[in-house]
Design a protein around this ligand. Structure first.
Ligand code: MSP
Length: 648
């Protein structure tokens, strides 16, 4: 029987689009999953989305969708994202799925039957807009620490989980199992918190919220979103069925902000339900911006992993993330460094090596010559040292080992100068290089799967298992090809700014302007309601505009137009005959993006706006040849003469 390896990522909140932190975590887990498969393990790799809770319900409300409609749409983005990143997940769990709700309810009932759920009340300082309880010490000068608004003292019926009962067992488990929480610094953090603080029981219900899983014992409450979410790790493997028996316990890959939930709350729930605790919790650091600052939308320093993959490739992003971060540490994302690594390590060291070997062999021999290889490196030792690093989540170390081997092959070709050698000597040199590349193609697979597959195709290698990482397995007479350029060299250009903040809006009301014949007053929903003055009256009736999805400039200085304030501007294409508003198949409130531009949000004047030239091609709206879109849904306009159209 094969040894099993069950690995999971945290399940992401799909209240917004996937970010670089989500990419990093998935790539870390994927590299290890692929590595274990290479080693012959029976791997099960789980990822997914965490779809309940107030945060999601609020995000759905802002988009005027039901929570289910909203999460259905957003989960699609997360699945596409995982696929684009080449994440080799075996299952994608969504907590709004029936299969999950059944198991979450079952676990809650089990813990209740055990006598570990009791009714009490929850009291504290409550912030209405944030729907969060705070203790006295959380407050900032008596106000909500998050939104700074006033808080109210509130007391609410609630159900509690007797988590405190399990403190000792959890503590002992962590003490006895050095690698249960990894790396060690994180283990120490939890140990000292557990030793130093009283472990309080956990409130595991919320009332007044309907988007969640009802408590089996009281349908007027829903299960607390974290209790619900953690259960995904077993609902996805059909607890208590055969798959659960085969794969549990898991290795959880998570970020440092959610360690307490995984290291204490989750083991407590499992112990109460009579289920073994996880095998390991690996805690990775955060990806911050170039200056080491946390990325956030308000700071405008967020990098979009989808744009990076479009610009470079999934492999380049994967390689960069794995190579430039150390286990458990934060990493600073720098596109400049990504380009530098792409050019030297990927394009030069590996890509050029393949081209060189292919050219030398094809030109001089037609196909791989027969010879006994020189063992440039100890293949078994390479695998063992990479394995040791991988098991410690030191992907950068594993990659350094692999690149040492790549350097040795480059050095071998440079120093032996095969083109100056006799036929026999040349055969040995070239066979050695091809054989080394074959071994490298196998070991590179977990990190850069697409390039590794291209490499194997060129070298005529079909099997991918670590057992093939021995010298001399390349078949003589193999014709090499097609000669692929594995990685293109890139130039780094600092991001340019697109100065228009465009947002999708829906017209909710149309009325005539009191002082102008050609103008309408429009009420537009852009996530909030704004008023626009638009010169569309000669072209459209009110009924034709009502409900229409339009594109609004949201950073234009508000202007008084004939005595009425316009808080933005609707964009339309005008070819002299027709005036047609731009549109986009995305929900109101969504922001328009461009691939290689950063969208500026500083306020601009009408004169500045008038200098910006947008064009139309095949119905799509472009700026500097680049498509305006909302997460791949293009901004469009049809029915105008594109050559003559100006967008205003
Ligand atoms: N839904 C919860 C997890 C429930 S698991 C039962 C959640 N979701 S999240 O979308 O906010 O975060 C998902 C994962 O991404 C977490 O492990 C989190 O630590 C990680 N990251 C979020 N931002 C990050 C960075 N900037 N860098 C690296 N990872 C970070 O928490």
């Amino acid at each position: 029987m094969k040894r099993t390896f069950y690995i999971t990522t945290a399940i992401d909140y799909p209240n917004s689009y996937p970010h670089i932190g989500h990419a990093y975590e998935k790539v870390v887990a994927d590299a290890l999953a692929r590595w274990k498969r290479l080693l012959g393990f029976d791997v099960f790799f789980l990822t997914g989305t965490d779809e309940h809770g107030q945060k999601l319900a609020t995000a759905a409300e802002e988009k005027k969708l039901t929570p289910q409609e909203f999460v259905d749409e957003m989960a699609r983005h997360f699945i596409q994202f995982a696929d684009k990143l080449d994440i080799s997940y075996d299952d994608f769990i969504r907590t709004s799925q029936h299969r999950h709700k059944v198991v979450a309810t079952e676990i809650f009932s089990r813990v209740h039957k055990k006598g570990d759920i009791y009714k009490g009340f929850y009291e504290g300082h409550y912030c209405m807009p944030c729907e969060t309880f705070y203790t006295e010490k959380d407050l900032v000068v008596g106000h909500c620490p998050k939104c700074k608004r006033e808080v109210k003292w509130l007391k609410e019926d609630a159900y509690f989980f007797a988590m405190s009962k399990y403190k000792q067992r959890i503590l002992e488990h962590i003490e006895k199992n050095i690698t249960f929480i990894w790396p060690e610094s994180r283990r120490n953090e939890i140990l000292s918190r557990l030793q130093g603080e009283e472990l309080r029981d956990l409130c595991v219900s919320r009332s007044g919220i309907t988007w969640g899983i009802p408590l089996p014992i009281d349908k007027s409450h829903v299960i607390y979103v974290w209790f619900d979410a953690l259960v995904n790790y077993i609902s996805a493997i059909d607890y208590p069925g055969e798959k659960f028996v085969r794969y549990w316990p898991a290795h959880h890959v998570i970020g440092k902000d959610i360690l307490w939930f995984h290291a204490v709350i989750w083991p407590a729930i499992l112990l109460a339900a009579g289920i073994p605790v996880p095998r390991q919790i690996y805690v990775h650091g955060f990806i911050n911006d170039e200056a080491g600052e946390k990325m956030s939308k308000s700071k405008g320093n967020v990098v979009d992993p989808i744009q990076l993959m479009d610009k470079y490739s999934a492999d380049v992003l994967r390689y960069y993330l794995l190579r430039s971060t150390s286990a458990g540490q934060d990493g600073n994302f720098s596109e400049k460094d990504l380009v530098a690594r792409n050019n030297t390590e990927l394009a030069n060291d590996l890509g050029n090596l393949l081209l060189r070997v292919c050219t030398l062999i094809t030109k001089n021999w037609g196909s791989v010559p027969k010879a006994k290889p020189v063992q440039l490196f100890d293949a078994a030792e390479l695998v063992a040292s990479m394995d040791e690093a991988m098991n410690r989540y030191e992907f950068n170390v594993a990659l350094e080992k692999l690149w040492e081997a790549i350097h040795l092959v480059n050095k071998h070709l440079n120093e032996t100068e095969p083109w100056k050698k006799s036929k026999d000597e040349q055969a040995v040199i070239l066979y050695t290089a091809a054989d080394a590349l074959r071994i490298i193609s196998i070991l590179a697979e977990p990190f850069i799967p697409q390039a590794a597959a291209a490499l194997r195709k060129t070298l005529g290698v079909s099997k991918v298992t670590v057992k093939d990482c021995v010298w001399g397995k390349t078949k003589a007479k193999t014709t090499l090809g097609p000669q692929e350029i594995l990685f293109h060299k890139r130039e780094f250009a600092a991001a340019r700014v697109f100065p228009l903040a465009l947002v999708v809006g829906k017209i909710t009301d149309v009325s005539p302007h009191p002082n102008a014949d050609k103008l309408y007053l429009l009420k537009v929903d852009i996530g909030r309601s704004i008023q626009l003055v638009a010169g569309l009256k000669p072209y459209y009736s009110a009924a034709q505009l009502l409900g229409r999805i339009i594109i609004v400039v949201s950073n234009l200085k508000p202007a008084m137009l004939r005595g009425v304030e316009s808080q933005g501007m609707l964009l339309a294409a005008d070819d002299g005959k027709h005036v047609i508003p731009l549109t986009c198949g995305a929900p109101p409130g969504s922001k328009v993006e461009l691939d290689t531009f950063v969208v500026g949000d500083a306020q601009i004047t009408y004169d500045e706006f008038a200098k910006i030239k947008l064009t139309v091609k095949d119905g799509h709206v472009l700026f500097d040849q680049q498509e305006l879109h909302v997460h791949r849904k293009p901004v469009t306009v049809s029915g105008v003469d594109e050559a003559k159209a100006t967008i205003r």
